[in-house]
Design a protein around this ligand. Structure first.
Ligand SMILES: Nc1ncnc2c1ncn2[C@@H]1O[C@H](COP(=O)(O)OP(=O)(O)OP(=O)(O)O)[C@@H](O)[C@H]1O
Ligand SMILES: [Mg+2]
Length: 419
């Protein structure tokens, strides 16, 4: 009996939709690429390279553009005998201190036999080793620190870009490229670090629908067989992507999800309907993840707001969420948080995009206050809140959504209605 059979009717190369795929050309980023390229030009001229700081929201092509340009730079530098270029690319996710980065760089520059231990040295001696190894390597060394915001102390962000000016290096010309999607990281850099690290700042803005369309078309051509995608699929993925965050990664994921749904159905065309369902499925995953990451009180606050919303009370002020939240907390045998902390949870829900916030003015007295409402599908939220509902009980307002076939389901608590 055959259990596994190839099902390649939809995809020519599904891997082209994966995160680790490096597209041959980048589309819709001409201006930024030009600036970036100009900032790297000194390397080819044999001059001291610029330190570059690249920033922009998630999924806007920062890593892809860096890999793309550095691959070309390496290739083109090879034509010049007097240029000896070394590129070290580090993702700082998991490398949280200057110490870890510095030891990692030392080990990247050394042979297998000469690796150093990643603990036990004073930071100053690790820097000494680093300068020595960089000088031994010589030529031009570009160090890329991607997701640089994971590094939680300043030291290396100052030391590396300044190494040559500080006479730590004689032979090597070093350039640092820092990449981040965390705007507060950039704003919070000390002036000293900022002036050395951000010699050249390049901002990558979010993509609009037209950009995303070009990106998806390029990727779709590699990934799908001809005529598999119906006409509206890519424009729809692009439109959703532009509306959400202008994030290419998210849009490519959506295209892949739509393709997967079509494949599971064993049809040979991907349709608008697959995109819509794919979007729901991805959103469900994101919201679930977001809700799972909340604390118990976060869940109780969300449950309280959800029931008020269903009763038509939203948008609602924090102080009007409070009585229900308190009651739910008591039913769950938890001590309710003070109002301020409860409000923090509402803000967190807003940040996750589960709740919307409206700022209002308090008439003539001039103060402002905030009102909260649900910004997500009720069923979607409830599907991630099973435990909380079990803990507190089924509020009347959600009973239409709760599967009542199950006799073991939590009892409907009638006395909720007067909360
Ligand atoms: N201009 C583009 N042309 C083609 N593909 C692109 C383009 N921009 C982004 N992509 C693709 O979108 C995905 C996300 O891009 P990338 O990883 O570069 O984002 P990022 O800005 O580094 O995001 P993060 O801040 O989350 O690291 C990748 O698969 C990348 O290949
Ligand atoms: Mg990146």
């Amino acid at each position: 009996m055959v259990l596994f059979e190839r099902d390649n009717e939809i995809y020519r190369d599904r891997d082209a939709l994966r995160e680790d795929y490096q597209p041959e050309e980048l589309v819709g980023r001409d201006e930024e690429l030009q600036t970036y390229q100009a900032a790297l030009q000194p390397v080819i001229n044999g001059e001291q390279p610029n330190n570059i700081f690249l920033y922009g929201k998630t999924g806007v092509g920062k890593t892809a553009a860096t890999r793309y340009l550095l691959a070309h730079l390496r290739e083109d530098a090879a034509q010049y005998d007097d240029i000896d270029l070394t590129v070290i690319f580090l993702n700082c996710d998991g490398l949280t201190s200057s110490y870890q980065i510095a030891t990692r760089l030392v080990n990247d520059l050394r042979s297998e036999a000469n690796q150093i231990s990643t603990t036990g040295y004073p930071l100053a001696s690790v820097y000494e080793m680093l300068w020595e190894d960089l000088d031994t390597c010589g030529g031009t060394v570009l160090v890329v620190l991607d997701e640089i915001d994971h590094v939680n102390d300043d030291s290396i962000l100052y030391q590396l870009p300044r190494a040559r000016a500080n006479d730590d290096l004689q032979d090597a010309k070093i350039g640092l490229i820092g990449i981040s999607n965390d705007f507060s990281f950039r704003d919070d850099l000390s002036p000293k670090v900022k002036s050395s690290l951000c010699e050249q700042e390049i901002h990558f803005p979010a993509y609009n629908a037209e950009n995303l369309r070009a990106i998806l078309e390029q990727r779709g051509e590699v990934a799908f067989h001809d005529d598999v995608l119906s006409d509206e699929v890519i424009p729809l993925c692009a439109a959703y992507g532009a509306k959400d965050a202008g994030d290419a990664r998210q849009s490519i994921d959506l295209l892949m999800k739509a393709g997967d749904l079509a494949r599971d159905e064993e049809t040979d065309t991907v349709t608008e309907e697959h995109v819509r369902r794919g979007r729901r499925a991805l959103e469900r995953g994101r919201i679930k993840e977001g809700i799972n990451g909340l604390t118990e009180h976060g869940h109780l606050v969300l449950y309280a707001l959800l029931t008020l919303d269903l009763e038509g009370e939203a948008p609602v002020r924090s102080r009007d969420v409070r009585p229900r939240y308190t009651r739910f907390a008591e039913l769950a045998n938890r001590d309710p948080l003070v109002p301020r902390r409860m409000r923090d949870h509402l803000s967190e829900l807003a940040m996750l995009g589960i709740v919307s916030v409206t700022e209002r003015n308090e008439g003539r007295r001039g103060g402002t206050y905030r009102e909260y409402a649900l910004d997500m599908d009720v069923e979607l939220i409830l599907s991630a809140m099973v435990e909380t509902v079990e803990l507190v009980g089924v509020h009347d307002s959600i009973s239409p959504y709760v599967d009542s076939d199950d006799d073991d389901a939590a009892p409907t608590l009638q006395d909720f209605s007067n909360v």
